[in-house]
Design a protein around this ligand. Structure first.
Ligand SMILES: C[S@@+](CC[C@H](N)C(=O)[O-])C[C@H]1O[C@@H](n2cnc3c(N)ncnc32)[C@H](O)[C@@H]1O
Length: 239
């Protein structure tokens, strides 16, 4: 790990574990090839590959995929640098996963429509697409009197802490404001804002979009909230 982008990705996504049992269950049931869309540094893809699944990792960010490959010691995990809205692979999959609200990074219905059609074209007959959706306002509601805990990572003697400080609605998006702070061994500090925009998207809307893309409705699943993370609805659609 060296690239700051990879370290922040690890801090903000890498320690989440609450969803892994669901992806493991779906991969075991699907029993064929798995495509992890928005795989990042491989939190889910490497976990499934270590359990013997044939996983392909797709992300638009080549630096994150390079870190994934460096971590895939002894595991064959092909990586594809491509956009979720327009990928074209030779192979078809029994399961396409979109963990951690990545589908909400596709801002508009047209973007998600393009992704859903593309995913459908890459599913085997009977294959499944499963996408997690979260409502970050949950972490800032009346039940949560304390701010969410920062996501942290340590690398090369430097501590990295990413703290969500606000969530606000802006049209059809939710804007999450974070402050990314570092503290080096010599005590020097940095602080920089970071903003993530997620589409305000509920499960019923994504299901309708899936139907419009020619997919079939399957039973919705859920990843429960933990002390540190909001819960997710997981939309499941079949080819
Ligand atoms: C929240 S992270 C999730 C990473 C990983 N799946 C996990 O669960 O830990 C979202 C990932 O989606 C990728 N991503 C965002 N938009 C994308 C797009 N349009 N096409 C492909 N990847 C995308 C980002 O580069 C990032 O790695």
């Amino acid at each position: 790990v060296s690239d700051a982008e990879v370290i922040w990705h690890d801090a903000e996504c890498g320690r989440y574990r609450a969803d892994l049992s669901l992806w493991r269950e779906l991969a075991a049931t699907a029993g064929g090839r798995v495509l992890d869309v928005g795989a990042g540094t491989g939190r889910v893809a490497l976990d499934l590959a270590a359990r013997g699944h044939d996983v392909t990792a797709l992300d638009r960010d080549p630096a994150l995929l390079a870190a994934l490959r460096a971590r895939a010691t002894g595991l064959a995990v092909p990586t594809v640098a491509a956009d979720a809205r327009s990928f074209a692979l030779e192979r078809r999959f029994a399961l396409i996963l979109v963990p951690m609200q990545t589908v909400q990074l596709l801002p508009h219905a047209e973007d998600r429509g393009a992704f859903l059609r593309c995913a459908r074209a890459h599913l085997e007959p009977g294959g499944l697409l499963a996408a997690a959706l979260a409502d970050p306002f949950e972490g800032f509601d009346a039940e949560h009197t304390e701010p969410p805990r920062p996501d942290v990572a340590h690398h090369g003697g430097v501590s990295y802490a990413s703290q969500a400080v606000a969530v606000r609605a802006e049209g059809d998006a939710m804007v999450i404001e974070r402050i990314r702070r570092t503290v080096a061994a010599d005590g020097s500090r940095t602080a920089a804002p970071d903003v993530v925009r997620l589409a305000r998207l509920d499960a019923a809307t994504l299901e309708r979009e899936g139907l419009a893309a020619g997919l079939r409705l399957q039973t919705r699943r859920r990843v429960e909230a933990t002390r540190e993370h909001v819960g997710s609805a997981v939309v499941v659609l079949g080819a």
